[in-house]
Design a binder for this molecule. Sequence first.
Ligand SMILES: Nc1ncnc2c1ncn2[C@@H]1O[C@H](COP(=O)(O)OP(=O)(O)OP(=O)(O)O)[C@@H](O)[C@H]1O
Ligand SMILES: [Mg+2]
Length: 383
Amino acid sequence: MTHSPLLRSDQTLFRDPDVFELTFVPEHLHHRDAQVRELAFLISPALRGGSALSAILRGPPGTGKTTTVRRIFHEVTEETRRIVPAYVNCRHDHTLLAVYRSIFKQVSGYPAPLAGRYLDDVKEGIAARLQDRNAALVVCLDDADELIVAGTYNTLLYQILRLYEKWDVRKAGVFAVTSNLGLNLGAEADPSVRSVFHPTEITFLPYTRTEIREILTDRARQGLYPRVISKPLLDRIATVAAGEQDVRVGIDLVRQAVLLAEKDGRRRVTHADVTAAARAVTAPGLLNRAARLSADERALLSWIAERSRDGGDMASGAVFEAAQEYLPVGKTTYHEHLNALTRAGIVDLVPRAGRGREVRLRYDAGDVAAACSSPDRTCKNPD
Ligand SMILES: Nc1ncnc2c1ncn2[C@@H]1O[C@H](COP(=O)(O)OP(=O)(O)OP(=O)(O)O)[C@@H](O)[C@H]1O
Ligand SMILES: [Mg+2]
């Protein structure tokens, strides 16, 4: 199929490699219209001389929270000088001073002078710039759970939201972002903060397979030369990324597969490139998932992987019967284990046309078996 001439060593398949960088802000933000509209609505009072409102953005990793905020902030900066957006990456900046210095730099366009190492100087500097420009501040605290860990969350929210009490500026809006679904950023705010922090909750659900495919197709169009990667291969990558519930996995897979083709001097990505790339990209995820299982669940998983690799009947009932010889567990326990494997995102229970369900692995059977018998696991290998 691929008898195209080989690449010369100075040729590349990437039209623009930056398109696959994590910090890349895509030209078009797919499937986030509702969230963009909501954020624009919260910012809009500041356009009319009022204050922006606040929000909590929640959603699992890779659901476009950071990208959505960056997109909106970019547009605000292009359109008006009456609003100053400041994006703070709390993974990097989580002390009071680091956060204020980050805001200062974005409000004034240059770093806070070193003499401004005292918090009040930096805060005063921020307020003074806002006054000069008669502008309203909107701060995004991305990955705000890091502030909770650092013990600065409440102090920062309190001080940023009450900046207007001490200085003659408009009340700031705060967008607090988290991918930790077990954490309620609203409830973490103490009462003195809650009296000034009335956030709207904005939810980011994982993208569906179709949505991921559109995002990847668009990314490939921007970043690669035409025909480097075929539509069926993008479909296949979208399926893997949807299984991982992370569009980032998909973007990374495209990049890795193209790099493999390029390394080999080919102009087209093949199935084998995608298989090899998928191994490297999904292996850490699979290992993490397998590590969270109990020894018995892992034993069952390992056995399922062997059977699937040998081409055995994967109907749930047949798997149960055959497993008896190795894992003498009752039907109830078997189903509990199976459900644990589904929750862990390693197997799917797919309804069969006739009746019953089929046990289907989300990963390559060999990789699953390897993850189960990884030396750092306590997995009792059933054979
Ligand atoms: N709607 C979209 N259209 C195009 N690209 C997108 C979209 N959503 C996400 N992406 C891309 O997917 C990757 C992950 O997105 P992003 O960093 O915004 O996720 P996130 O929700 O902030 O994840 P985390 O919680 O891990 O920080 C980025 O490379 C981004 O460019
Ligand atoms: Mg993010």
